[in-house]
Design a protein around this ligand. Structure first.
Ligand SMILES: CC(C)(COP(=O)(O)OP(=O)(O)OC[C@H]1O[C@@H](n2cnc3c(N)ncnc32)[C@H](O)[C@@H]1OP(=O)(O)O)[C@@H](O)C(=O)NCCC(=O)NCCS
Length: 166
């Protein structure tokens, strides 16, 4: 059972880690349910992406395991009162509980930064992501047809939300 993660708000991976990170971003099978999965990621466009996230006043975080290994990344972006989290747990660390823990941290962070809603949308076939949303007590707010898969949207009201526990 996973009990600890460290969230690092710096954009600075150890330089030796960029190759691993880009390989994960270009892993089309692992990212088949993500919009990022159809893009070709290079170091330059990834660094530009991080700059844009930060310049727009949003947050980019690295997820480290208890042993300080980088296991993924997440961003918290704002749209008026609502916040969204884009989450990537590397393929070699998927299914170990990291995603669920990060999601709870992202909800806490959204609340801390004054948002009243936390929103998420994912392909209907993304079972781990749907499970994470359901387990964090998010409610389905919408469906949208898509090809090849529909999207399902979740929403969580952060006002009066009791403290979430892993
Ligand atoms: C989706 C993703 C974030 C999930 O993170 P994760 O660390 O693998 O998920 P967790 O280990 O916390 O598991 C969450 C739940 O999904 C379940 N799950 C994980 N992998 C699963 C699988 N392949 N099939 C069915 N259920 C699965 C887990 O059992 C867990 O549920 P439980 O608590 O009832 O056991 C991660 O796999 C990922 O980064 N995927 C690629 C990018 C992506 O799709 N991002 C989301 C875009 S919207």
């Amino acid at each position: 059972m996973l009990t600890s993660i460290r969230l690092d708000s710096s954009r600075d991976f150890p330089p030796s880690h960029y190759r691993v990170h880009l390989d994960e971003l270009n892993n089309q099978w692992h990212l088949r349910f993500s919009r990022q999965g159809s893009k070709r990621h290079t170091l330059l466009n990834h660094l530009n992406f991080i700059d844009d996230v930060i310049t727009d006043g949003n947050e980019y975080h690295i997820v480290c395991s208890g042993e300080d290994r980088v296991v993924g990344t997440w961003t918290l972006t704002s749209n008026q009162e609502s916040a969204q989290c884009n989450l990537l747990i590397y393929s070699s660390f998927a299914g170990q509980g990291f995603g669920k823990l990060v999601w709870l941290q992202a909800i806490r962070r959204a609340k801390e930064t004054g948002h009243s809603k936390f929103m998420a949308g994912t392909h209907i076939g993304n079972i781990p992501m749907r499970s994470i949303c359901e387990q964090s007590e998010m409610k389905i707010s919408n469906y949208r047809e898509g090809s090849p898969l529909a999207y399902v949207y979740f929403s969580l009201d952060l006002i009066d939300q009791p403290e979430l526990r892993p």
